[in-house]
Design a protein around this ligand. Sequence first.
Ligand code: CUA
Length: 351
Amino acid sequence: MVLRTRRARHVLVASLSTLMLAATSCASNAPQDTLEPAGDAARTIDNLFTPVFWIAVVVFVLVQGLLVVSIVKFRSRGRDHSGKEPVQTHGNTKMEIGWTIIPALLLFLIAIPTVKTIFDLAEEPKGDVLAVTVTGHLWWWEYEYPDLGVITANELVIPADRPIRLSLKSKAPTVTGAEGGVIHSFWVPRLAGKQDVIPGRVNKLTIEADAPGTYYGQCAEFCGLSHANMRLRVISKSPDDFEDWIREQRRPASTPMTGDAAAGSDLFTSKGCIGCHAIDGVEGAEARVGPDLTHLQSRSTFAGSIFEMNSEELGKWLADPPKRKPGSKMPKLNLSAKEIGDLVAYLETLR
Ligand code: CUA
């Protein structure tokens, strides 16, 4: 496109600027918005981010403003100017010292609250702290409450207004016999910053939610095929509701059953599901290669929190897990429609 007139150029610049502004505007429904902190740790980070952001805005406007003024004021006017060279200068000691010292001072100023924040966030929380061990698998999250004897997956249930101290570990899929795993990163933007989950070491992270609610998270370190499908949720409950949840989780699975569910329970053993999934109260179901299924139905999602927990999704999942979650360690078992139906009926009893 040839822009013959000045006017056409102006129109193009104006429309591109408008488009850019619209495309980068803030979403109104952004559940993973780090700028909407919902707990102490996230707020500590936000309290550092906000002043640094505004300092950066002032610097940006000042520098870009001077640049634009210089471009406009000192531009070559028209084609037939005198042909004289502009005044040539080299160096200005005062200005150079100035624009070296001012940024250095600014960076030093920003470093003070930054270093303080780093140490604040690393500190062990005091008071009534709940410990949870988080294990990053390929590609889902396991949560163990060591003091409460509870294990769950993908959806981390916590009491509101209480610091949760997470111990983060990464594990390789033992099904392949491989030692060592990959690096993940646990991130719930509204509750805390990112923390890497590294094989062979334990990283710590404190999260806290002010109020009951659901907070969305995501693995934030590329960890293979289904990295993008390694989502998570933190479900914050009132202290009473949390106690109820713990009580429910500590119950073993209800075993007596009839019909399709009974057939599904048999398939769970004969098809080898039992080799990877633990179900408390079911003999032989102790392996923790895949998620613990004892209270599967107490979760609203499954498989890295990417599917809604309902019979239709469970059926589609059982039919071909690696198709639905690329790279899934759960194999396709070539189940018949009847077998899938029975297994789903069984899984639905795990409340
Ligand atoms: Cu786990 Cu990315």
